[in-house]
Design a protein around this ligand. Structure first.
Ligand SMILES: NC(=O)c1ccc[n+]([C@@H]2O[C@H](COP(=O)([O-])OP(=O)(O)OC[C@H]3O[C@@H](n4cnc5c(N)ncnc54)[C@H](OP(=O)(O)O)[C@@H]3O)[C@@H](O)[C@H]2O)c1
Length: 333
C-alpha cells in the first residue's frame, strides 16, 4: 500500500505541488546543520533546476540556518519538513505529506558520533548510535523502497564514512554502526539493480562540521567511569590530540562532501562507492593489500604509538600536498 496522500505541511507552501517535468524530488535527512544542510542547499540551487528538495530535520526550531542558506530557494526548489529517523511515526507522516509520495532520490545523512573508551560507555549509549546511524537509515530506506520499486527507478544515497571501511581506535561503536550500514547497503544494492534502483555510499574522512565539536564537548565533561588509567591516558594524551591535528590538517569542508554527493546524484548510473578524501584511499586499501589484516592494524598502531613523529610529519606532508599554494607552485602554467 502506498503511503502517499497529501502535501508537506507547516512550512511555506511550494510553488508547485509536483516537480516540473524532468525534475527529481530529493529527500535529505538531518538538514539542521553540517553536510545535510549543504547538500540540500546545493541541490536546491542547481543552476539547471533539476531538483525539488525536501530538506528534513528532527527539530524544526533549528531550521534558521538552512532557511538563511537557501535564501530565494525556500518554497520554490526547497521545502522543509520534520523527520526523526528514529521514529516510525515521524517517517510515515513526512512521506505521507509528499505529493504523490514521489521520492526519486533519498539522501540518508542524519547521524551521530561517539568517541571514548568502551569501558566508560553503557550498552544503552552504544545502542543510541545504532538507532540513528543504522536503524534510522534502514527505517527511511524501507519507507521509500516500495514506491521506488513500483516506479522501477530511484537512487538511495547514504552518507557513510571512511570509518565504515576502516576502524579507528576509540571510535569503536561509531565505526561499527557505519560498517553495519555498509554491509546492509552492499547486500541491498545487488537486489535493487533489477528494479533500476541505485545505491551509493559517500565515504568522507574528517569533515569540519559541528559533529566533531559536539564530540569534543561531550568528552570534556565526562569522567569516563570504569576506565583504567592507562587506557584513559591513551585516549586523552594520544587519541584526542591526534584527532584534533587530523581535523585541522586534512579535514574537508561540508561543501566538498555536498559537491561529491551532488555529482553522484546527477549521474545516470551512479557509482556504488565514493570516498570524498583521496588522502584516505591508501589507508582503506591497506586492509585489502594483506589478507592477514595485520598490515593495517599494525601500521595504525605504529603510527599512533611508536612513531608519533612520523605521524606528525606525514600529516604535515599531506597538508602541504593539499595546500592551494603548493598546487599553484607545481602548476605547469
Ligand atoms: N563530520 C565528520 O567528520 C563526518 C565524517 C564522515 C561521515 N560523517 C557523517 O556525515 C553525516 C552528517 O554529519 P555532519 O558532520 O554534518 O554532523 P552534524 O552537523 O552534527 O549533522 C548531523 C545531523 O544529523 C541530525 N540527526 C541526528 N539524529 C537525528 C535523528 N534521529 N533524526 C533526524 N536527524 C538527526 C542532526 O540533527 P540535530 O541538529 O537535531 O541533532 C544534524 O542535522 C553523519 O551521518 C556522519 O556520520 C561525518
Amino acid at each position: 500500500m502506498s503511503l502517499c496522500t497529501g502535501t508537506i505541511r507547516g512550512e511555506r507552501k511550494p510553488e508547485r505541488d509536483m516537480p516540473g517535468s524532468g525534475q527529481k524530488t530529493v529527500l535529505v535527512t538531518g538538514c539542521s546543520s553540517g553536510i545535510g544542510l549543504k547538500i540540500a542547499v546545493r541541490l536546491a540551487k542547481d543552476p539547471q533546476r533539476r531538483y525539488q528538495v525536501i530538506a528534513t530535520m528532527r527539530d524544526l526550531r533549528k531550521k534558521g540556518s538552512l532557511e538563511e542558506a537557501a535564501g530565494d530557494c525556500m518554497g520554490s526548489t526547497l521545502m522543509v519538513a520534520q523527520l526523526d529517523v528514529c521514529s516510525d511515526e515521524s517517517v510515515t507522516r513526512c512521506l505521507t505529506a509528499i505529493p504523490h509520495c514521489r521520492v526519486d532520490v533519498v539522501v540518508n545523512n542524519a547521524g551521530v558520533g561517539q568517541i571514548g573508551p568502551i569501558e566508560s560507555l553503557t550498552i544503552d549509549d552504544m545502542k543510541k548510535v545504532f538507532e540513528t546511524n543504522f536503524f534510522g537509515t534502514v527505517r527511511v530506506i524501507k519507507a521509500v523502497l516500495p514506491d521506488m520499486k513500483r516506479k522501477r527507478s530511484g537512487h538511495i544515497v547514504v552518507i557513510s564514512s571512511v570509518m565504515g571501511l576502516q576502524g579507528v581506535m576509540f571510535n569503536d561503536v561509531y565505526a561499527a554502526s557505519k560498517f553495519a550500514i555498509e554491509g546492509f547497503c552492499e547486500s541491498l544494492a545487488v537486489q535493487l539493480l533489477q528494479f533500476n534502483i541505485f545505491v551509493s555510499m559517500v565515504e568522507p574522512g574528517p569533515v569540519n562540521t559541528g559533529f566533531e565539536v559536539k564530540l569534543m564537548e561531550e568528552v570534556s565533561w565526562s569522567d569516563f567511569p570504569g576506565t583504567d588509567t592507562e587506557t584513559l591516558r591513551c585516549f586523552k594524551e594520544t587519541y584526542l590530540p591526534a584527532a584534533r591535528e587530523i581535523f585541522a590538517t586534512i579535514g574537508q569542508s561540508p561543501e566538498t562532501v555536498a559537491k561529491v554527493t551532488a555529482d553522484l546524484i546527477s549521474m545516470e548510473r551512479p557509482d556504488f562507492r565514493r570516498q570524498t578524501n583521496p588522502l584516505y584511499t591508501p589507508l582503506t586499501a591497506l586492509k585489502y593489500a594483506d589478507k592477514t589484516g595485520n598490515l593495517s592494524v599494525r601500521t595504525l598502531y605504529n603510527l599512533m604509538f611508536r612513531h608519533r613523529m612520523l605521524f606528525r610529519l606525514s600529516l604535515g606532508f599531506l597538508k602541504c600536498l593539499t595546500c592551494s599554494c603548493f598546487h599553484g607552485r607545481i602548476s605547469p602554467t
